[in-house]
Ligand binder design. Sequence first.
Ligand SMILES: [Zn+2]
Length: 259
Amino acid sequence: MIHPQLETLTFIQEAEQDIARLRREIEALPKRLAELERKLAAEKLALEQAEKAIKEEETKRRRLESDIKDQQQKILKFREQTSSVKTNEQYAALQHEIGFAEAEIRRIEDRELESMERSEHLEAQRAKAKQELADQTRVVELEKEAARATSTEQQAKLASLIDERTRLRANVDEDLLARYDRIAAARGTGVARVQGQRCLGCQMALRPQVWNQVRMGEILPCESCARLLYYDPELEPAVEVPAAKAKRKKADTGGDEED
Ligand SMILES: [Zn+2]
């Protein structure tokens, strides 16, 4: 049998464990949401960076285009000058300048091409970032909705568990409750079930005397962990029944010869 006060303590302990679990879940929720928001912010940043880099490449190319125009102007000017040169040296010098400007244009065009390749790559990045941001935004919205619903439910459950604990505590003697609270504060749990002559709180074996007294419903602490021990016959595995059957079977077979 279970001492009724001890049984109440087991209910209190159950409620307290549920309260602790719920509180952990409630606390984890804002952290989970904050983590999602951080991911969202990172994706927004990736998109912004891709957009910024694309703009930079465009600016770079406009500058390169204007550099090409400058070189073309130079070539035009040199060509005009060739029509009025007086010496071969002057002509050769102008041809050299033209060749130099043309080489410069090719060099700038190569850079332009490289920039366009980078832009292409960046545009793919931007498209990917945009898609990921849209997906993640939707996920965060859904998670937030679910979190709000869960949170309301959990808060209500927590309040009812706290009420239940208060109600249960009113039914336990003050001294016993104080003992329970002390052990629970130190060990995490204040009561422990015994089974097979063991304390299930610390797994240590009980002395036969203690085991018998606890089974009779006495309130005793575990000699190893100090938790208050209780015995619940309904939870004791039915080892005695198959053992008895086995014995009877043996007796039956043995009995044939005797009969
Ligand atoms: Zn113990």
